[in-house]
Design a protein around this ligand. Structure first.
Ligand code: IFG
Length: 525
């Protein structure tokens, strides 16, 4: 008898716990769409106060059969399948009557001032979800919003209790800047393909659209160049601290490029020159003015190396490198570095940069360079990446260049959060989450306004960052702030409002397995 009573009590307790769980999770999804904690904040949200319920018979319907749309549909299905346990077929249909479905609609003739190719419109009714865009990129960006409208546990791989509710209403959205990027330095410490893919997966959630890979520096050359094999065979052999280093074969580089492309993220490869080139100089004696190869370098000094700018072979080398890199880089940019060339005479640096610009253009690519290159004659369409010297940025603008804003004091992800941060450096200062978020690129440099700015890029230098866990810690949660700076108009941005939405992202970071810094400034949910 006692056993029977005990069983009933335990069952009752289990049912009660499950109901509480469900109640708490459903309580989290407000029926007011404008209260959704979306980052980056959409341009406009109109709430209609009801719920769409994602059910097991839901399908993802694409408006036309194309590889891209099917890929986007399958990407969304894969993101929802694990935690809901639903089947999610991707179906091609122009019909949108069937209820319960998510419709991805490519509408190339949708015009209007804000239909830039990353814009989208999301209409959520009780019965259907309609995501419309004039390009597959816009659909992909809208899919990230759908993910964030579902409870954070949607990001878990294993089946979770429902319900899966989304508040009804309309979201119209598009980015303020066309370049919203992150830079990863894979030279100081090498990060393999899987680590880079993991980072790309996280960046896609927050509508980041460029990943700049700093592929070469004093400590390591990280990309196979078939015509100069010693660059990786020898120059890829080590890293800061003397570890094994590593490099991407051209096949692995293409694997990264394609993985990013499927997430509408463009890879920007950087070959830093004429400075930051010890790995090259250690690999080929003939590229040194002295004719002698240097030793491999595993320290963290900068500004001590230079290519031999006065020898013809240097430009043959650069032409071979840029040609091979351009052939495996579908994106528009090749980054030529140009920073901290303290070992290069100014009278040699200027003609060097001018020649390298011609080489990049001859291979059909646009030039990106740290804004140190502004002392040379900048060709058309050059983008100067501002990092420290305000004067360089103004000279670049005076030559008609666009500025990519990466001010070290505000957007260097290797800067410590505060004095207690074990990782990172603080030569440019401490960058807590609020300080990162309060950067307004268009107001940062007098004389450099919004029309001169291509966008924003947060840079993670890895002298002190040795693995993916440490990378995640320095990138998150500041990254979501930069994503919002690049996407949401500054008039719509406010730290006190943003920090509440960021607090809601904490559970999402956790459920995505991101090792984020739990800043004390945020009330993490
Ligand atoms: N400056 C150097 C980087 C790196 C960085 C670390 C630039 C453009 C300091 N150049 O930033 O190579 O060492 O914070």
């Amino acid at each position: 008898m006692i056993n029977k009573k005990l069983n009933i009590a335990i069952t009752g307790l289990l049912v009660f716990t499950l109901l509480c769980l469900q109640a708490s999770s459903s309580a989290k999804t407000s029926s007011d769409l404008s209260k959704a904690a979306i980052i980056p904040k959409p341009v406009s949200i109109t709430a209609t106060g009801e719920f769409f319920r994602l059910k097991s018979h839901a399908n993802i319907c694409i408006s036309e059969e194309s590889k891209e749309l099917r890929q986007i549909g399958q990407y969304l299905a894969d993101k929802l399948k694990g935690s809901t346990g639903y089947g999610f077929q991707v179906k091609t249909t122009a019909k949108t009557e069937e209820s319960g479905n998510i419709y991805l609609i490519l509408n190339t003739n949708s015009s209007g001032p804000n239909a830039a190719d990353e814009g989208y419109k999301l209409i959520i009714t009780k019965k259907q979800i309609f995501l419309t865009a004039n390009s597959p990129t816009g659909l992909f960006r809208g899919v990230q919003t759908i993910r964030q409208l579902l409870p954070a546990r949607i990001e878990l791989a294993l089946k979770q209790p429902g319900p899966w509710k989304i508040a009804t209403g309309t979201i119209e959205d598009y980015p303020a800047y066309s370049y919203r990027g992150v830079m990863l330095d894979v030279s100081r410490h090498f990060f393999g393909v899987d680590d880079v893919k993991k980072l790309i997966e996280f960046l896609a959630c927050y509508k980041i659209n460029f990943l700049h890979l700093h592929l070469s520096d004093d400590q390591g050359w990280r990309i196979e160049i078939k015509s100069w094999p010693e660059l990786t065979k020898h120059g890829g052999n080590t890293q800061v601290g003397g570890g094994r280093g590593g490099y991407y074969t051209q096949e692995q580089y293409s694997e990264i490029v394609n993985f990013a492309k499927e997430r509408y993220i463009t890879i920007v490869p950087e070959i830093d020159m004429p400075g930051h080139t010890n790995a090259v100089l250690a690999s080929y004696a003939e590229l040194n003015c002295s004719g002698k190869a240097t030793e491999l370098y595993t320290g963290t000094n900068v500004g001590f190396s230079t290519l031999c700018t006065t020898q013809d072979i240097t430009y043959k080398f650069i032409d071979d490198v840029i040609r091979e890199l351009a052939d495996i880089t579908p994106g528009p940019y090749i980054h030529i570095g140009g920073d901290e060339s303290h070992a290069t005479k100014r009278e040699d640096y200027i003609p060097f940069i001018n020649k390298v610009e011609d080489i990049v253009i001859s291979h059909g690519k646009q030039i990106l360079g740290w804004d140190d290159i502004a002392v040379a004659s900048l060709k058309t369409n050059v983008v100067a990446q501002h990092w420290a010297n305000i004067k360089n940025a103004n000279i670049a603008v005076s030559q008609g260049a666009k500025i990519l804003m990466s001010p070290a004091k505000k957007a260097y992800l290797d800067m410590k959060y505060d004095k207690s941060t074990k990782l990172g450096q603080h030569w440019a200062g401490y960058i807590e989450v609020d300080s990162a978020y309060c950067l307004d690129p268009a107001a940062y440099i007098p004389g450099v306004g919004g029309k001169n700015i291509l966008g924003i890029e947060a840079a993670l230098w890895t002298e002190t960052i040795t693995n993916i866990n440490e990378m995640e810690y320095m990138v998150f949660p500041r990254l979501t702030g930069y994503a919002e700076i690049g996407w949401t108009p500054s008039s719509e941005r406010n730290w006190n409002e943003y920090k509440v939405r960021l607090g809601e992202q904490g559970e999402r970071f956790k459920d995505m397995g991101i090792n984020y810094y739990p800043s004390p400034l945020i009330q993490w949910k």
